[in-house]
Design a protein around this ligand. Sequence first.
Ligand SMILES: Cc1cc2ncn([C@H]3O[C@H](COP(=O)(O)O)[C@@H](O)[C@H]3O)c2cc1C
Ligand SMILES: O=C(O)c1cccnc1
Length: 369
Amino acid sequence: MSLLATVSSADLPEGAQGAFEEARARLGPLDQAALAAAWSRQASLTKPPGSLGRLEDLAAQLSGIAGTCPPPRPLPAVVGVFAGDHGVVAEGVTPWPSEVTAQMVGNFLHGGAAVNVLARRVGAEVLVVDVGVAGALPAGAGLVRAKVRPGTANLAEGPAMTVEEATAALDVGAALASRLAEAGAACLLTGDMGIGNTTPSACLVAALTGLPAERVTGRGTGVDDERLARKQAVVAEAVRRLPADASALEVLASVGGLEIAALAGYVVGAAAARRPVLLDGVIAVAAALVAVALAPACRDYLVAGHRSVEPGAGAGLEHLGLTPLIDLDLRLGEGSGACLALPVLDAAASLLAEMATFEGAGVAQGPLA
Ligand SMILES: Cc1cc2ncn([C@H]3O[C@H](COP(=O)(O)O)[C@@H](O)[C@H]3O)c2cc1C
Ligand SMILES: O=C(O)c1cccnc1
């Protein structure tokens, strides 16, 4: 049976109240005994020590997250595609109209978007969540309706949303992550849809890393030089306006987005449920920066799926100390890069679980002294 069919969401967003704080309170460190067991088992497997490179680190991380060595496999995985619109599109920061957000939600529900194709290839389920789409959405099943408000305000003119709205979106993401984990999801992938959302993402990356706007603001869906200059100016000005003592929650409300806030909640909710979070592109990285600022221990539950072309993604990952698994010049979002990286995660866990030991296979354990 589909994992998603068992997840209740009819009470959202109201029923999610307090879910983020609850997750933050529950969040703990990686299990040190499982981590040590993973490294010890790794040393006993039929290969030269360290020869599986970062797959060995990943397998240990997955063990520490789950609290068992080897970690559970297969990894029933869900891509949470959080959707929302952005008032800042009025500044000309993207060539696409906001209506495309709702239209793409329809496309996700019909299985025709890139993320649907990739999720099918890697055996992940796609969960589409409306936290802030402005336009009319298709009727019918398959969509989690958790709208906090129909799109943010224009962050170039004032705060994108109130702290209460940002909190409600954090709660939606955290509640869904915890319900997905309860329903059997072993790995949570991040996805997004929101025309204009590379602009608030750049704002968050700049604000939370301290890097200049020009360094972290890119072309998004593909703006020309003139629009890029405007976008960089909008990001620089929005970040400049932030009070020096603004909390991470205030920064999120001022220059973030509803789907980004929900993704930050989803990251913390997944980590609190001891599930790995596989990050997608710049929107996910912005959300992860917010999540780590609000709940630092969630950092160890993150895996960077890929390095998006969007410059804020690489900069944000570096700030988080994460090295992406793949680098294919993607700049799509939706969860596409996270899906592509899922088989790598699965491979790391399977190798640790299934490889023979030197002793079991009768292979001499070297190297010779
Ligand atoms: C047809 C279409 C499908 C998409 N799928 C993801 N995005 C991506 O592009 C948007 C962000 O880029 P910007 O900030 O430049 O608007 C987001 O919706 C993101 O998920 C798409 C964009 C379009 C147009
Ligand atoms: O990094 C991403 O995920 C991305 C880049 C450009 C446009 N939309 C998403």
